[in-house]
Design a protein around this ligand. Structure first.
Ligand SMILES: [Zn+2]
Length: 335
């Protein structure tokens, strides 16, 4: 039987309400994944990676959910408010995304955050930021601005060549169009960079062993040691590694120095080469290898505290998230 228009709309409204309930359930579960760092078990170094690869969210969908988690973790009142508004259907993840952006850029207090969430409800994507800024008495968004650019003849020729090259994609077939197109491309690139840096922040979060190492093994095949590759491990590291150029040993946290044991330089070089400059953690659940390049450290497979030795066989390269997860696992077992 054919549904009437009012039946279609009634059904749709019921489904939209189900969608809000589902979203809240998903946020709660994601919060557990973040709190318990379950993503590390599955071979990911960040919640963002877990969301995009394991849950197959798009980068922007993952960002919106992680932003919502970040905001709701500010206080239980904030969390209750967000849940209430989402359930009522007056708040969505895009509006929360705007609030999250302002929270970061304007360093909002908890009270301001609460006001911002309330102000953002029932606003259209285009006006959310303007309305929230007004409500919080923040500096208004800039309106359209006309700019004039002077080009010399060589620059003009180059610009025209570019405009003709990209003519199929330009919003207007002139130099203004070229400028807007290039701006748009650059902003998209920045957004994807921001998504990646969000992933990185997530990986760094709570990671007290804050040793940065980004390794490009292929950069210089002749290099016998990767200068940026810092072992966080071992009391000896401080003295023995003083000669390594460009490495600030003073930044090593003392907690690390006290509790761990250094791998020899040879072992470090071989392990770094074997790893390809990437985390070697392999998930027992998914068999996925992590491959993260962030905050790499040399880790004892069989913990040094349990008698593991500092040999190549017992050495693996682990990212910050997996080094920390492994440390936690071992200390729970032994403590
Ligand atoms: Zn890892």
């Amino acid at each position: 039987m054919k549904m009437s228009h009012s039946e279609i709309v009634a059904r749709l409204k019921a489904k939209v309400s189900d969608e809000s309930t589902l979203l809240l359930e998903i946020l709660d579960l994601l919060e557990l994944v973040r709190e318990r760092r379950i993503f590390t078990d599955y071979g990911y170094s960040s919640l963002f990676e877990f969301c995009t690869q394991e849950l197959r969210y798009s980068e922007s969908a993952a960002m919106r959910r992680i932003n919502a988690l970040r905001i709701q973790s500010k206080s239980s009142d904030i969390k209750n408010l967000i849940h209430q508004k989402i359930q009522q259907g007056s708040l969505n993840l895009s509006q929360l995304g705007v609030v999250a952006k302002l929270e970061r850029s304007e360093k909002l207090t908890i009270d301001q955050l609460q006001n911002a969430i309330v102000a953002s409800t029932n606003t259209s994507a285009r006006e959310t930021e303007k309305i929230v800024r007004e409500k919080l008495q923040l500096a208004p968004l800039l309106m359209n601005t006309k700019i004039v650019v002077e080009l010399d003849s060589a620059q003009l020729a180059q610009a025209e060549a570019l405009a003709s090259k990209y003519s199929h994609a330009l919003p207007q077939k002139n130099l203004s169009g070229l400028f807007l197109y290039l701006l748009d491309q650059e902003l998209k690139r920045e957004t994807s960079k921001e998504a990646k840096s969000c992933a990185r922040r997530e990986a760094e979060k709570n990671c007290k062993i804050n040793v940065h190492a980004k390794v490009d093994i292929n950069a210089d095949p002749k290099a016998d040691i990767i200068p940026d590759f810092r072992s966080s491990i071992g009391a000896d590291t401080r003295n023995s590694a003083k000669s390594e150029a460009g490495v600030k040993r003073d930044s090593l946290p003392t907690s690390v120095v006290k509790t761990s044991r250094v791998f020899s330089r040879d072992v470090q070089v071989l392990a770094a080469k074997r790893s390809g400059g990437r985390c070697e953690f392999v998930s027992q659940v998914t068999q996925r290898r992590c491959d993260s390049q962030w905050f790499l450290q040399f880790d004892h497979i069989h913990p040094w505290s349990l008698g593991g030795r500092s040999t190549l066989e017992n050495c693996r390269v682990a990212c910050g998230a997996h080094n920390r997860a492994e440390w936690k696992r071992v200390s729970q077992k032994t403590g």
